[in-house]
Write a protein that binds this ligand. Structure first.
Ligand code: UDP
Length: 254
């Protein structure tokens, strides 16, 4: 395969120049990090599964008219996406208390929240992604008030839709993180869903047993990480056909 020019390497993904202007190739790695990259590891096959899971969820969201950066999956580890200007905010939606909200506010993990709560974190690794209010976001110009209207509206629709979709396959969507970008097309700007949606940035619990099926298995050393990601894909009906042989690494790229 012709080498593409690498534009950016993040913790779990690499971005390459795309085949046409305005496109990028997003490559999913097996690398895993947690606690602002203080904990590092590798989850074999994670990149393949996240590529597939994110493709599936973004495609479903596009079907209900949520605009996304996703164009199509290229191979086991890569997808073609539209180039967007990333808004430097991590948008977290919570339905059930877990992780940092449980700790910060002393709410027992597993408590259903009175309603879905949307939080914002400023994307800045050296500051450890601090939580911010909409006031900070608009005052510092990270996003405009109309951007924020789009973001909240899209986020709540995504939450409603994904909650139902996961519930249908016996999974509780506890919380998740989204990123948005500005897409410039035909003299117009639109806020679209970017990044990925996968067990790396969602908390997914088995609806019956509350067993964790997401990156908390890595964060908390619970074991059976690959199996959990694979089970999410299996329940969504999208396990890669060739099974675990295809999970290995870049050599399986087409
Ligand atoms: N999350 C993420 N990236 C981050 C921080 C959080 O994808 O940098 C996701 C995380 O997987 C969870 C949700 O956002 O689904 C809420 O995470 P929380 O604030 O509880 O932080 P954590 O304690 O997991 O770091």
């Amino acid at each position: 395969m012709a080498r593409r020019r690498q534009l950016y390497e993040g913790k779990a993904k690499i971005l390459f120049e795309g085949p046409e202007p305005g496109t990028l190739v997003q490559y999913f790695k097996d690398d895993a990090t947690a606690f602002n990259a203080q904990k590092k590891g590798m989850i074999t096959g994670k990149g393949v599964l996240n590529n597939r899971i994110s493709e599936f969820l973004m495609t479903k969201l596009a079907e209900i008219n949520v605009p996304t950066h996703f164009i199509r999956r290229l191979n086991m580890r890569e997808q073609l996406i539209k180039e967007v200007e990333i808004i430097p905010i991590e948008v977290v939606v919570r339905n059930i208390a877990a992780g940092s909200i449980a700790q910060r506010l002393g709410i027992p993990e597993g408590t259903r929240l009175p309603r879905s709560i949307v939080e914002y974190y400023y994307k800045n690794d050296s500051l450890g992604d601090p939580m911010v209010a909409e006031e900070h976001i608009t005052a510092f110009g990270w996003a405009t008030p109309p951007d924020m209207d789009d973001i909240v509206h899209l986020t709540l629709r995504i939450n409603d839709f994904l909650t139902g979709l996961f519930l249908g396959v016996g999974i509780t969507l506890v919380d998740f993180k989204l990123e948005f970008g500005r897409l410039y097309e035909n003299e117009e700007m639109r806020v679209v869903l970017a990044d990925e949606i996968s067990p790396d940035n969602c908390r997914l619990w088995d609806s019956k047993t509350n067993e964790k099926m997401d990156k908390d298995r890595f964060r908390r050393d619970l074991g059976k990480i690959e199996e959990a990601y694979q089970e999410v894909a299996r329940r969504l009906g999208i396990l890669p056909e060739a099974g675990s042989r295809d999970m290995k690494g870049p050599e399986t790229m087409q």
